[in-house]
Design a protein around this ligand. Structure first.
Ligand SMILES: Nc1ncnc2c1ncn2[C@@H]1O[C@H](COP(=O)(O)OP(=O)(O)OP(=O)(O)O)[C@@H](O)[C@H]1O
Ligand SMILES: [Mg+2]
Length: 508
């Protein structure tokens, strides 16, 4: 790809004269901060976005890729981060979708299963062809996406953040499959924010920053910190400075909590644990094992069917979200777009939604505009929110900066308990570093922090204790987080291993 420029209709210059070259048969990683332009560049290669200018050469020949269809015809396949499968179809149906083997007017189911099995065997991508996509784990869905691209004849396979949602075991399986694909002559482009993975799997790595290509290195010449510095443009501290800290009282006490969802399924099953002041209790687990619902019950967004929740000496069981908040609980929600911010409201407004009716923001029933603006300025400065001023709608910020608005609001409420759900999902290395420092700062100041994250490396490095959820239950509480391996935690996450009830209770 040469001199690629992409200016979106809204004026954003996502790619600025980018040069990007891949060699046949290599695993080429592409890294960069949020908004650096990685996905845009790959969408141009896959024909779903047109470059404003620039050219693409494939095997020495100039090509024009105007659609996904044309990319596929040229042997280019892409797996997007948000999967595009049909959830109600079987795996085999999804693999062949678009060029189905037919028997008369109907899909030839048996042929589809056979095709899927053959491909799966050939590349070591284990799937169950007759299973409905909706019912299989994320790791398998991803393999289905890859098989689908292979079925359509991909030689160059673009994987956009494929490991973001995988357990260590699944990541290892994916890497084994990637190596097998390369042995079979395929070329892989691998996008990730996880530099450790990039170091492990790639042959070369290209770094983008602010729409430009900063450089391409042989991975053997790279280090995590060198890559981080190239991405961010400054030194980044990858190692967390976590002083030891005596924990305080059991601030949050959860006992035998049960929750049944709208579909009548028990998704939180007899969950009990404490979170102490001055500690970070991590909750690890593959997504979809009840963590989301647990957090929503604790924060008053859903009502439990049984069990108790107390904060200090007070029961907060079944209270409304605003009552829970008033009693001293801050919440960084998993889905910041629906629960975290009001997109059309300004940054200033978002920062005070929970306290607009209190001084200094409200005086004698009137909102003090001056106080709101002043608070906004202070937060933008203190939390390094990248925005010219507080009047901007939050919806126009990048993901990482939206997250900072939420964090600024929640932490400035001086909580007793902070519940952070997936606080760094999809945010880049600079914003992640910031978020981690903030969580540790709260803990060091004596706040009880409950951290729920599907990123195992993250929960393991931040947590003082680690609970693992599987299938709605807490299956382990690990007190010696420093001396447990990711693999072992992964076994708990997959439900292969679990502690006895007595062991868990001893670690409440
Ligand atoms: N369809 C679009 N219309 C307008 N602007 C867009 C569009 N898609 C992306 N952008 C903007 O282009 C820039 C580059 O975005 P892109 O998605 O390529 O970044 P990225 O490197 O993939 O980031 P991330 O790590 O967050 O996935 C960002 O400023 C983004 O807001
Ligand atoms: Mg992207």
């Amino acid at each position: 790809m040469r001199d690629i420029i992409k200016i979106y209709p809204n004026g954003v210059r996502a790619n600025r004269e980018v040069h990007f070259g891949i060699r046949s048969g290599e695993i080429h990683a592409l890294v960069g901060e949020n908004g650096a332009g990685k996905s845009t560049l790959m969408k141009i290669l896959y024909g779903v976005e047109r470059p404003s200018s620039g050219s693409i050469f494939l095997r020495g020949k100039s090509v024009h890729i105007n659609s996904e269809h044309e990319a596929i015809a040229l042997g280019i396949g892409m797996v997007f981060q948000n999967f595009m499968l049909v959830p109600s179809f079987t795996i085999a149906q999804n693999v062949v979708l678009g060029s189905e083997p037919m028997r008369g007017m109907l899909l030839d189911q048996r042929a589809a299963v056979k095709i899927t099995n053959n491909l799966a065997r050939q590349y070591g991508l284990v799937v169950d062809p007759t299973a409905i996509v909706d019912s299989v784990p994320v790791g398998m869905r991803q393999r289905v996406e890859i098989l689908k691209a292979l079925y359509r004849g991909a030689d160059i396979l673009i994987l956009d953040e494929p490991t973001a949602v995988l357990t260590p075991q699944e990541t290892r399986e994916l890497f084994a499959a990637i190596r097998q694909l390369v042995n079979a002559g395929k070329t892989i482009i691998f996008i990730s924010h996880k530099l450790r993975e990039v170091m492990e799997i790639s042959d070369r790595v290209s770094v983008m920053r602010d729409g430009q290509m900063v450089g391409t290195l042989h991975t053997s010449d790279a280090t995590e910190s060198r890559l981080a510095k190239m991405m961010v443009g400054r030194e980044v501290f990858l190692q967390l400075d976590k002083p030891t800290k005596e924990r305080g009282v059991a601030m949050l006490q959860v006992r035998h909590l049960e929750y049944v969802n709208e579909a009548g399924r028990e998704v939180v099953r007899g969950v009990s644990f404490n979170t102490y002041s001055g500690e970070i209790l991590g909750i690890a687990g593959v997504e979809g094992n009840g963590q989301t619902e647990l957090v929503e019950v604790l924060t008053g967004l859903r009502k439990p069917v049984a069990g108790t929740v107390s904060l200090g000496d007070h029961s907060i069981t079944g209270l409304s979200a605003s009552a829970v908040r008033l009693s001293g609980v801050a919440h960084i929600p998993e889905d910041r777009l629906t629960n975290g911010v009001a997109l059309n409201a300004s940054i200033d407004e978002n920062l005070i939604v929970d306290r607009y009716n209190k001084p200094p923001f409200s005086r004698a029933g009137f909102v003090s505009h001056g106080a709101v603006v002043k608070h906004g300025e202070k937060m933008i400065d203190q939390y390094a929110i990248r925005a010219p001023d507080g009047t901007l709608p939050v919806g126009s910020l990048s993901g990482g900066n939206m997250q900072k608005v939420v964090v600024a609001r929640e932490l400035s409420a001086n909580p007793k308990l902070l519940i952070a759900a997936q606080p760094t999902r999809g945010v880049d290395i600079g914003a992640t570093e910031f978020m981690h420092q903030q969580l540790l700062k709260q803990r060091n100041e004596g706040v009880a922090v409950l951290l729920v994250s599907a990123d195992l490396a993250e929960v393991m490095s931040l947590s003082d204790r680690l609970a693992v959820m599987h299938n709605g239950r807490i299956v382990a509480i690990i007190t010696d987080v420093r001396n447990v391996s990711e693999e072992e935690v992964g076994l708990f996450m997959l439900g292969v291993k679990q502690q006895t009830q007595a062991e868990i209770e001893a670690n409440w």
